[in-house]
Design a protein around this ligand. Sequence first.
Ligand code: ZN
Length: 333
Amino acid sequence: MNDRYAKQRIFLGAEADASLRSKRVAVLGLGALGSVIAPWLARAGVGHLTLLDRDLVEASNLQRQLLYGESDLGRPKAEVAAQRLAEANSTVELHPVVADLTSGNARELLSGFDLLCDGTDNFEARFLLNDMAILTGTPWIYAGAIGGEGVVWPLHPPHTPCLRCLIEEPPAGGDVDTCDSAGVLGPAVGVIGSWAALEALKVLTGKAPHAGLARFDFWQDERQFLKPPKTRCRFCTERITEFLEARWTLKASPLCGLEGVQIRVNPPGRLDLGALKSRLEARTRSPWRQAGLMLKGQEGPDEITLFADGRALVHGPMTPERARSWYAEVIGA
Ligand SMILES: [Zn+2]
């Protein structure tokens, strides 16, 4: 196993290769992008990887999320990802976190890293990442893919522009509260994830990453390299982190592409799932199953999954309004 990094060491040089062993990286989102970024970093021997994702593996993920298989359906992505990466490289310290990133926990979850990697599919999380990068001076790599195209942009404010220098506010429809109905091709997101991982290795070994935003449309065979914006926004120049300061308590939004609702709470709570289990079983007169940090059961036609951090996923005909009042009634919020 001593020769695990032999090919990489020849290319990077012994010192740069060895420096990876002491680096700490957080990969936020373990969907299609994270499924590519995280394994490359684990196999390259990055010392510590925090793997953060709030979701469970669903059948509709398998077309493009390479870390998961059919036997993983219903399991938290962060946990499955950590298991797979440990098989690939047992020397990497892996820290899976099943949580929803909000302004209430971003400081706790995203501090103390050498690099933050964006594997998310929503701008709410990206603007929080950007704020954390500004607050802590940590580089981050913005990546996104949709349809047959994608973008990669390594950022390190104040040394480079920040996300808000280019996109001041989350685009309408790019927020987690609205469903993006566009599809995505697996190989397109795979190339983008690999490009992001490559830029990550540059940052971690002290080489300057690609300056500016690279956009590829693999389906139409187009590519663009946008120069970084010349003028800096007031958010990174004055270190204004307004997304980290945002205050909200509960959001109920439709699930994308599925019948159902997601309920998110901020700051994340600490639910006593054992006590809730008895209460819900008495209420619904049916068994609820507790597995790790999840509690799952049926309320009428809806299948409900509650997480210890206070989140809830409802699969069924329940509307967001009804889900909100169900939650207030049962959990109390
Ligand atoms: Zn900026």
